[in-house]
Write a protein that binds this ligand. Structure first.
Ligand SMILES: Nc1nc2c(c(=O)[nH]1)N[C@H]1C(S)=C(S)[C@@H](COP(=O)(O)OP(=O)(O)OC[C@H]3O[C@@H](n4cnc5c(=O)[nH]c(N)nc54)[C@H](O)[C@@H]3O)O[C@H]1N2
Ligand SMILES: Nc1nc2c(c(=O)[nH]1)N[C@H]1C(S)=C(S)[C@@H](COP(=O)(O)OP(=O)(O)OC[C@H]3O[C@@H](n4cnc5c(=O)[nH]c(N)nc54)[C@H](O)[C@@H]3O)O[C@H]1N2
Ligand SMILES: [Mo]
Length: 732
């Protein structure tokens, strides 16, 4: 046995060293991908972090972000106490106040807004974090405001809308049983590492993989066929694949005849998208289109792996994804084992093999009986399919005050830089009477708040988490909340009390609410506490596939809709089309040749980097060191034409504005396309995108295809000028 000093140095747990392992979860990513953490604790401090081996989701592994947990938790930018603004909005001048004063100020202001205006004049908002969502959603509705909204106004919901319009209930890929995997834009090697491992295992067992991605991503590197399309042309590619499948009679006759609506019109429309036309529109060679269509249609069962964002970050996003998901119907792969399964959600948007009252808890009121939500009049199909306001429309609503004024914002994890034309959003915030933001870190957005509350991280709080692997965990704080920080959920319960919300569940408390939610599953918080590292869901429900055979589809026709009756309802008023019609991006060579003459390159923003998650891990020295400065990815051929070398300062411009960044030359990106990660404050690519550059069906921003140009910057002066400009805005 080694001596004590070396055991201490080796961080070996045990009574002699006083080091204990505590279980938690990392919530830097979202609930589908949150890894189990083993935290080595000594004297109440985390001294080492590992992935939990018995957690079937991550099986002992961690990504770069999770590995930096200690830097995240103990970062100097953590907010330490509740704060009250004393300087001008955005000035960043705050003084510490007590929790009592902070909560009372928030409650007073929200009640005052409700009395002087309307309950809907208060917006309840959550950014990327998910843990507090059901609780804030409930609070908003019981307060009387339908205006609960989230970052999902740019993420996931439009993909789900496309599936709901086609099938009623979205289907998730059943990788374990699939023989063919059509990855339509996702790169889990960066964005969901647990899933990436499952794909590698399935590949070893013979899974055929087709990847649709403009870049040569790590996922594309695993593909049998990689279709490297131009960004935003997904709809054209899917229609061209459908053309091949129909022409070669590779479709599922029975499914089409018995369970679909509008096939003949769809078939006629698809005739316009021969593989040759497909190549013209997408840049993917004819033979590859045919090869991919044949492989997916003849290798059964086949699953489509969608993503929450890249395909719907376009001005034709929902329709493009509808065209993709129509392939699932053509081949009869919806809700079959090895295809895309329509499993019900258990808790926090994750299907985990148990039923709960999650939906009931979240939506205590009927939205139809409440005031119209933000964006209702602009995006009516969004309102019919999504139970949130459309946050991207929020700055327009704040400015127009139509159909009613918005006056207050209660936000958890708010980042104005996620909006297109982020400056427009920041300026709109100035018009509000009251803003309260809860975050872990003193962010740029917090500077706009009247009251800032310090949240604790996942390792300092209790939370319920379940996994697709049919596993469930209720964590206990591994360390005490740092400084005066509190859990978001505790803050929401404390506010419910001060807002005098009359609700038995808010009065009963967090754990009693969880027990109520879990009751149909038979799982209790008491039982979960006995399993600190989590436990398999007892007697998991096996999803019975092909429910549509007996229940039909939850669409207006009761069938899968190649031609959407819901979209057609709005054809006169909004110009929506029932078929999954293809239109090139609004700013593209095809749609705006005049702009393309000056801005010849395609700009694709926000394709993920493995170590950053939006704005959240820039501040950690380990992750930051991997890409210390904002940079744009350029193909070496484009760069040499523009006389740009690796590391040069370049000016990236759209008709809306410019930013200065570093050039990163890489063959991963195709010629003609520039990629830039979003959310950097010193070079925010969202300032280059117009606030109303959105998909008319979902309201999602066209983050991933617009036009730009790139020039080498010869002197440093420009950069300083630009930096000064953005500083001014924050001060104003
Ligand atoms: N150009 C461009 N823009 C994009 C995208 C893109 O691809 N390109 N992607 C869009 C997409 S898909 C998304 S999802 C959005 C993301 O947009 P946001 O969710 O707004 O992005 P984040 O920067 O992650 O901001 C989340 C904030 O929550 C805080 N936070 C983290 N954990 C907690 C917690 O437990 N409690 C509290 N109270 N706060 C917490 C973080 O510190 C951070 O300040 O961005 C969108 N914007
Ligand atoms: N490390 C890390 N993980 C994350 C995040 C993060 O910021 N960092 N963000 C989280 C969030 S909010 C989300 S929404 C998910 C996103 O998760 P993913 O979709 O897996 O990740 P992305 O990199 O956004 O996009 C996947 C691929 O889509 C490609 N792509 C870009 N434009 C197009 C297009 O027009 N068509 C097609 N077919 N493909 C396109 C990109 O080249 C990229 O390789 O990741 C989540 N996980
Ligand atoms: Mo997202």
């Amino acid at each position: 046995m080694r001596d004590l000093p070396s055991r201490l140095q080796g961080k070996i747990p045990g009574p002699e060293t006083g080091i204990e392992i505590k279980k938690s979860v990392c919530t830097i990513c979202d609930p589908l991908t949150q890894c189990g953490l083993d935290l080595y604790i000594k004297d109440g401090k985390i001294i080492k972090v590992e992935g939990t081996k018995e957690n079937p989701h991550n099986g002992g592994t961690l990504c770069a972000k999770g590995a930096a947990t200690r830097q995240y938790v103990y970062h100097k930018d953590r907010i330490k106490t509740p704060l009250k603004r004393v300087g001008a909005r955005g000035s960043g001048r705050f003084v510490p106040i007590s929790w009592d004063e902070a909560l009372e100020t928030i409650a007073t202001n929200l009640i005052q807004t409700k009395t002087s205006f309307n309950p809907e004049s208060v917006v309840f908002y959550v950014g990327y974090p998910k843990v507090m969502r059901p609780f804030l959603h409930r609070l908003a509705q019981l307060f009387g405001s339908p205006n609960y909204m989230t970052e999902s106004s740019t993420c996931y919901q439009a993909m789900a809308m496309a599936q709901k319009l086609n099938f009623g209930i979205p289907g998730a890929p059943d990788i374990k049983n699939a023989k063919c995997f059509l990855v339509w834009s996702a790169n889990p090697f960066y964005t969901s590492t647990g899933l990436a491992r499952k794909i590698l295992n399935a590949k070893e067992n013979g899974l055929k993989i087709i990847v649709i991605d403009p870049r040569y991503s790590p996922m594309a590197a695993q593909a049998d066929i990689h279709l490297q399309l131009k960004p935003g042309t997904d709809g054209a590619l899917a229609l061209a694949m459908a053309n091949v499948i129909i022409k070669e009679k590779l479709y599922d006759q029975d499914f089409i005849e018995n369970y679909t609506h509008g096939f003949s019109e769809y078939q006629e429309y698809v005739q316009k998208f021969s593989p040759e036309r497909g190549e013209e529109l997408t840049g993917v060679p004819v033979e590859k289109i045919k090869e991919a269509a044949r492989l997916y249609a003849t290798t059964s069962p086949g699953a489509i792996m969608p993503s929450a964002s890249p395909v719907v970050h376009h001005t034709n996003g929902v329709q493009n994804y509808r065209a993709v998901f129509s392939l699932m119907a053509l081949t009869g792969n919806y809700d079959i084992p090895g295809g895309n399964l329509a499993e019900p959600v258990s808790y926090l948007y994750v299907p985990a093999g148990f039923t709960s009252r999650f939906e009931e808890f979240t939506n205590p009121k009927n939205l139809k009986e409440m005031a119209p939500r933000v964006g209702d009049n602009k995006f009516p199909v969004w309102s019919r399919l999504v139970d949130e306001g459309q946050a991207i429309y929020l700055p327009f609503h704040i400015r127009s005050e139509e159909p009613y004024p918005i006056k207050a914002l209660l936000a958890f994890g708010f980042n104005y830089r996620m909006w297109p034309d982020s400056n427009f959003m920041a300026e709109s915030l100035q018009k509000l009477d009251f803003i309260a933001i809860t975050d872990l870190f003193m962010t740029e957005s917090c500077r706009f708040a009247d009251i800032v509350l310090p949240a604790c991280s996942s390792v300092e709080r209790k939370e319920l988490r379940c996994y697709r692997e049919k596993y469930i965990i209720y964590t206990q704080p591994a360390i005490k909340p740092l400084y005066e920080s509190r859990s978001d959920i505790d803050i929401i319960y404390a506010l419910a009390e001060r807002l005098k919300i009359d609700d038995p569940l808010f009065s009963a408390g967090y754990e009693a609410s969880l027990d109520w939610i879990l009751e149909p599953s038979g799982i209790t918080i008491e039982e979960l506490k006995k399993h600190p590292g989590g436990m398999p869901v007892p007697n998991p429900i096996k999803h019975s596939p092909m429910n549509y055979r007996k229940d039909g589809f939850m669409t207006p026709s009761g069938k899968m809709e190649f031609k959407s009756l819901l979209l057609e309802e709005y054809s006169d008023s909004f110009g929506y089309e029932g078929l999954p019609a293809y239109h090139p991006p609004k700013y593209s060579q095809e749609s705006s040749p005049d702009i393309a003459a000056d801005y010849p390159l395609i700009l694709n923003t926000g394709s993920r980097l493995p170590m950053f998650i939006h704005s959240q891990t820039f501040r950690l020295s380990w992750t930051q060191s991997l890409r210390p400065e904002p940079s744009a990815d350029l193909n070496p051929d484009d760069a040499s034409r523009l006389r740009i070398s690796q590391g040069d300062q370049i000016k990236l411009s759209t008709p809306k504005g410019s930013i200065i960044v570093k050039a990163n030359l890489t063959d991963i990106v195709q010629s003609g396309v520039v990629h830039m990660f979003h959310a950097y404050s010193q070079a925010d690519v969202n300032t280059l995108i117009e606030a109303d550059y959105v998909d008319p069906v979902s309201g999602f921003p066209g983050f991933k295809s617009l036009l730009c140009k790139v020039e080498k910057v010869e002197c440093q002066k420009n950069r300083n000028q630009m930096q000064t400009k953005s500083d001014d805005l924050i001060r104003s």
